[in-house]
Design a binder for this molecule. Sequence first.
Ligand code: ADP
Ligand code: MG
Length: 185
Amino acid sequence: MTTLPADTILSVRDLRTWFTTKRFTAKAVDGVTFDLKRGETLAVVGESGSGKSVTSLSIMGLVSKPGGIAGGEILFRDRKERVHDLARLTPKAFRAMRGREIAMIFQEPMTSLNPLYTVGDQIGEMIALHEPVSRQEKRRRALEMLQHVEIPDAANRLDDYPHQMSGGMRQRVMIAMALSCNPSR
Ligand SMILES: Nc1ncnc2c1ncn2[C@@H]1O[C@H](COP(=O)(O)OP(=O)(O)O)[C@@H](O)[C@H]1O
Ligand SMILES: [Mg+2]
C-alpha cells in the first residue's frame, strides 16, 4: 500500500464509485483525488449531481448496492496513526471506525433523525454506541452537546422530538450527533 505523509489525515486517490446494473453503469464518482491535512478544513464545491455526496458516502463506507467502489484508494490515518484504506475495509471494521474516528453530518435531518425518539435520546445513543455510560451520564453529555451547538434553552429542548424543532435546529442536532464522539483533531 502507498504511504501517507505524516501531516495528512485523508488521501482520496483516483476514487471511482459506480452504480452498476445489468444494463447500465452510472459513474457517479470517476477519478476523484484530494488530500486533507491535519487541522485543515477542506470545502468540496460543485454543482448538484457532481458527486459530492457519493464521495462523502464512499469515505464513510455507506454506499449501498448496486453502488460500490470500483477503483482507487481512500487512505485514512486514525488516532493511533494507523493508516487504513477505507476503500477496502470490511463492514465490521467500518462500524468500529464510524463515529469514533470519522463522522458525517447528513444533509437531510428529517430522514436521518428518528421521529419516535427525543433528540436527547438520539444524541445519548450515539455516545453510548462507543463508550459505556450510565443513563445520567448519557443525558448530561447529550445536554452538553446541545449547548455546544448553541441550541437556545438546551435543557428544555433535550426532550423534544425532531418534529418539534425547526429545520436549522434539527441540523444542529445532526452536528451534535456527529461531534458527540469527539472525532475532531
Ligand atoms: N443510489 C444511486 N443510484 C444511482 N445513481 C446515484 C445514486 N446516488 C447518486 N447517484 C448519482 O450520482 C451522481 C452524483 O450524485 P451526488 O453525489 O448525490 O451529487 P452531489 O452531492 O454533488 O449533488 C448523480 O448523477 C446521481 O444521480
Ligand atoms: Mg449532495
